[in-house]
Design a protein around this ligand. Structure first.
Ligand code: ATP
Length: 240
């Protein structure tokens, strides 16, 4: 479904990504982990199109999208969340989701977009807040609103950037169940998360980045038992 080959991204003298390869197959949850600053969000942005790659290629559903604008990629079926949710505070929760639906591939009219919003908010479990202002939401609800906005685009591939960060264990468990249900609905998922345990519990396949390079990939079991990963990501004391 998605194939990134030799992705390099430089910011001036900083090489955030130095030739990264990354593949997602249809219906997979792919975990993307790595230490702070290893390039995870940069890779997500190169896939979503909000950052242009310095070199390398991105292919989605058989088409080369390396130079496509973010909205073209969204229309093709790629949607994303942001690590720090930035909802539109002057609109209600439902309107925030409806606006995403109006700008998605189907370009829904406002009444249809509001219907889509109601369905999606129900799906993520925050429908009781549809008429609320965003400022009334807790962190947990804001994170789920972020997922709802991405789902409103009816994506084939959803890119989740630390959507469970800062949640308590029961909220995170609810989030994991939601992410797992996306796969059951045939949506492919790229899931960035600091909590390796959470990723490995959900992912079909995992990639580990370190300093902008591929460090390891494989099933969660393979990755978690990889000595390089233990050393670089979990720290040398992880054996103990
Ligand atoms: N817009 C930018 N301008 C300059 N440097 C940047 C920019 N965005 C990212 N970087 C640098 O690129 C590298 C990779 O950053 P990135 O945010 O992709 O890492 P990350 O793995 O997502 O980190 P974290 O887990 O902390 O979110 C870092 O050295 C970061 O400082």
């Amino acid at each position: 479904m998605l194939e990134c080959t030799g992705i390099t991204k430089r910011f001036g003298g900083i090489v955030a990504l130095g030739g990264v390869d990354f593949t997602v197959r249809e219906g997979q949850i792919v975990g993307l982990v790595g230490p702070n600053g290893s390039g995870k969000t940069t890779l997500l942005s190169c896939i979503a199109g909000s950052l242009a790659v310095t070199s390398g290629s991105v292919t989605f559903a058989g088409s080369d999208i390396t130079r496509s604008k973010p909205h073209t990629r969204a229309h093709a079926g790629i949607s994303r969340t942001f690590q720090i949710p930035r909802p539109l505070n002057s609109f209600s929760v439902a309107e925030n989701v409806a606006i995403a639906a109006m700008f998605g591939s189907e370009a829904l009219s406002k009444p249809l977009a509001m219907e889509r919003a109601a369905t999606v908010l129900d799906r993520v479990g925050i429908s009781k807040h549809q008429s609320s202002q965003v400022s009334a939401l807790t962190l947990h609800e804001r994170k789920f609103l972020e997922i709802a906005r991405a789902l409103a685009l009816d994506p084939k591939l959803i890119l989740l950037d630390e959507v469970l960060g800062g949640l308590n264990p029961s909220e995170a468990a609810e989030g994991m169940e939601l992410i797992s249900s996306l796969r059951s609905d045939g949506i492919s998922v790229v899931y960035i998360e600091h909590n390796v345990k959470a990723v490995s519990a959900l992912a079909d396949y995992m990639y580990v980045l370190n300093r902008g390079q591929n460090l390891a990939e494989g099933t969660p079991q393979e990755v978690l038992s990889n000595g390089l990963v233990i050393e670089a990501y979990l720290g040398g004391g992880a054996h103990a």
